[in-house]
Ligand binder design. Structure first.
Ligand code: BTN
Length: 261
């Protein structure tokens, strides 16, 4: 059975020791008309990532999905995903972990440029740009001009021992030791609400935390590969890549892989 508690931010928490996916539960709550709620679990048995990938969610992480109360057009939703990344980085930095953002929605620690690695082929995509600390999975339903509901799922490897982590991932515990998960979640939600209330500040803050901009990257869209220098992130969240044949704008939904080259 779920336990309910209040966070200081105006959110009611529905806490589960174990659940399939907090995003799935948050979808149900969203469809019921609930807003400003967070579904939190200690462990997920069917955690989901982007592009139908599975998401390892052992006990000790921050697995949380919040149903926001948005009055924004569907086309602006990518901005909320960027905001969630910024909020997670804010919370990690508040506890002393120098996290950065990899477009479109990864939170990384460490940022090893290629030049420092002689064995690039032996290194996987994620490790080349750092180890993954967190990911964001935003879901919505609605019309082009207005979303009817919007939820943001955050998966943050918080108190997870290094041996329980997937390859190329890290955790707050590995970086600095165990953290107060409730306090970290509180910071994420406060920061996310502040950003959503001031959408014009989101991209600027995203740029400041980015470890993608300025890098030469290769983006696989499933249909083609775009290689060039990542020069900017533009409203509402697309990546601008400067290629040999001019600037290409890549939308987050079209990105299957992005790796530094
Ligand atoms: C990704 O990097 O692909 C996104 C990962 C998002 C994982 C979180 S954990 C909480 C919420 N519930 C899920 O099933 N997924 C998101």
């Amino acid at each position: 059975a779920a336990i309910e508690y209040e966070l200081e931010a105006p959110y009611t928490v529905e806490y589960h020791e174990s659940i399939g996916s907090t995003n799935d539960r948050a979808r149900e709550r969203a469809a019921d008309g609930d807003r400003d709620i967070v579904v939190v679990a200690d462990e997920q048995t069917g955690g989901r990532g982007r592009l139908e990938r599975s998401w390892d969610s052992p006990p000790g992480g921050i697995w949380a999905s919040t149903v926001l109360d948005p009055t924004l057009p569907a086309a602006h939703v990518p901005l909320v995903t960027l905001a969630a990344g910024v909020a997670v980085v804010d919370a990690c930095r508040a506890v002393g972990v120098e996290a950065t953002l990899k477009w479109p929605n990864d939170v990384l620690v460490g940022d090893a440029p290629d030049s420092r690695r002689g064995d690039a082929d032996a290194t996987t995509d994620a490790a080349r740009g750092g180890q993954k600390l967190a990911g964001i999975l935003t879901e919505m339903e609605g019309e082009a001009d207005r979303v009817s509901w919007l939820l943001v799922g955050v998966g943050l490897n918080a108190n997870i021992a290094p041996e329980a982590l997937p390859n190329d991932a890290t955790s707050l515990q590995e970086q600095i030791g165990a953290v107060d998960r409730r306090a970290v979640l509180q910071t994420i939600l406060e920061s996310l609400s502040a950003l959503v209330a001031a959408p014009e500040t989101i991209i600027e803050q995203w740029r400041a935390y980015s470890s993608t901009l300025g890098r030469t990257v290769r983006v696989d869209t499933g249909r083609n590969e775009i290689e060039g220098k990542a020069v900017d992130v533009q409203f509402p969240g697309a990546l601008v890549v400067d290629t040999d044949s001019g600037e290409e704008v890549v939308h987050a939904g079209d990105c299957e892989h992005l790796r530094p080259v």
